[in-house]
Design a protein around this ligand. Structure first.
Ligand SMILES: Cc1ncc(COP(=O)(O)O)c(C=O)c1O
Length: 452
């Protein structure tokens, strides 16, 4: 195919398809150069928590840039960074005593592991460096974060560059790795952490990292039996292993709490954030730690120097404060809860009408759907069909962007999608998402070869 892309110099993710050229955003809608309108059911990669085109966020950026566009954190601080970290401390329920502002989620996770290691060195345990993760999880695209993550499909190409620190099974109740149901569950997947720490050698294990609700790797999956993260906490404490909650996807309101750990009633040691932290208006991330961690560092080396050049910049600080303020002023977490409940109810109704919907899960405005060829046996679709790609294409043709996922079973097998619209979404817009999904599913499910 001769494509207009060949005349461009952009390294696109797919070099053989044409992307719509987006020219404008407004609320939950995006418009392309041909005046087509798309409802964005995932806010990009579950990132644009305030919706598109907010003038007041544009003003924040312009005013901050005119006042002070950059000041280097190695030899200065700014009121913007001080205020942003104070606000994070406040919404964390005063847990996150110290926060480092960075430029994205992967960077936040990298820094989380470095904070954990610094804590152990300062605590007299310099041998602790490993970060145990969970299979079918995602913590970022750098070599280290891919190593701690456990999505086989995403790790495959880069495998020679990764290092192995140990993994435990996911909290994936729809396809429990131990063959249990939520009723017969005895939290084997949490207890597995103790065995893994012993296998790795407790003297080498620095931290355990988990997403409180799975993002794109298991699309909304979460432990359905209470006590999972409490068990993890207990094991971490027993072996002096820090607990990192990776809230890059869930943090800053996505599940209806400021942080998902609050909903579980568990206290992590380190929390990462990104995406919703900047509302979609500036590339930001953050990593915060509790006083337990920061006190040890402060009272010993009193040094945490690592960081990327852009870390701690005042533009990020201004955008983070404005995003948190906006969410409070407009009661957006309340909207996340009520619209999330409504979306969940509508999707559960949709599930009964569509043979390919196997599971609907998540919390707030982070909801995943897992597709199956058979609801009874949970048999997945043949990966050659690329069910989730067919659905993404059908949705796009029907004027909707969604996030899809695959490989939930073994890195290749399994199809899912993830909904994560802006916190500002209204009931009528949720209705539009559900209608478009209904229509797109009907088209895809009828295609030859899907169910035969
Ligand atoms: C849980 C989690 N951690 C880390 C990341 C990486 O964040 P980023 O893409 O901003 O680097 C993601 C991205 O989807 C994520 O969902």
């Amino acid at each position: 195919m001769t494509s207009v892309l060949q005349n461009q110099h952009v390294l696109y993710p797919q070099m053989n398809i044409e992307y719509p050229e987006i020219t404008k955003g407004d609320g939950v809608y995006l418009f392309d150069s041909n005046n087509n309108r798309y409802i964005d059911a995932a806010g990009g990669p579950v990132l644009c928590s305030l919706g598109y085109g907010l003038e007041e966020m544009g003003d924040i950026l312009r005013n901050q840039s005119n006042k002070l566009n950059f000041s280097y954190r190695m030899y200065s601080t700014t009121s913007e960074i001080i205020d942003a970290c104070a606000k994070i401390h406040h919404v964390s329920g005063n847990l996150l005593e110290k926060t480092m502002i960075v430029s994205g989620g992967t960077e936040a996770v990298e820094m989380a592991a470095k904070i954990a290691r610094t804590y152990h060195i300062d605590n007299g345990d310099p041998g602790k460096y490993k970060v145990i993760g969970r299979w079918i999880s995602y913590h970022g695209m750098s070599n280290s974060t891919l190593s701690w993550g456990g999505h086989l499909g995403r790790r495959k190409l880069w495998q020679p560059l990764l290092s192995e620190h140990g993994h435990i099974p996911p909290a994936y109740c729809y396809r429990c790795w131990y063959g249990k149901t939520p009723e017969s569950c005895s939290l084997d997947c949490a207890c597995a952490l103790e065995r893994e720490i012993q296998v790795q050698g407790p003297e080498t294990v620095s931290a355990f990292i988990a997403e409180p609700y799975s993002g794109n790797s298991l699309c909304g999956a979460h432990p359905q039996k209470p006590g999972y993260f409490q068990k993890i906490r207990e094991i971490c404490d027993k072996y002096n292993v820090l607990m990192i909650m990776d809230e890059v996807m869930t943090g800053v309101g996505r599940t209806g709490d400021w942080f998902a750990y609050q909903g579980y009633g568990v206290v992590p040691d380190i929390v990462t954030m990104g995406k919703a932290l900047g509302g979609g208006y500036f590339p930001v991330g953050g990593v915060g730690c509790s006083a337990k961690v920061s006190d040890v560092i402060e009272n010993n080396s009193a040094t945490f120097a690592p960081g990327f050049s852009w870390a701690g910049n005042p533009m990020a600080g201004a955008v983070i404060s404005a995003t948190i303020d906006y969410k409070i002023r407009h009661e957006l977490l309340e909207n996340v809860q009520s619209m999330g409940d409504y979306l969940m109810k509508e999707l559960r109704t949709l599930a009964s009408a569509h043979p390919s919907i196997g599971d609907v899960r998540g919390k707030g405005l982070l909801i995943g759907i897992e597709f199956v060829k058979s609801k009874e046996t949970k048999e997945p679709f043949d990966p050659a069909i690329q069910y989730q790609s067919l659905l993404v294409d059908a949705c796009k043709k029907n004027g909707m962007f969604i996030q899809s996922g695959s490989g939930n079973i073994d890195g290749i097998l399994g199809d899912m999608l993830l909904l994560g619209p802006a916190y500002t979404i209204r009931k009528s817009e949720i209705g539009e998402i559900v209608d478009k999904l209904d229509l797109s599913l009907s088209i895809v499910e009828k295609q030859p070869g899907i169910f035969d």
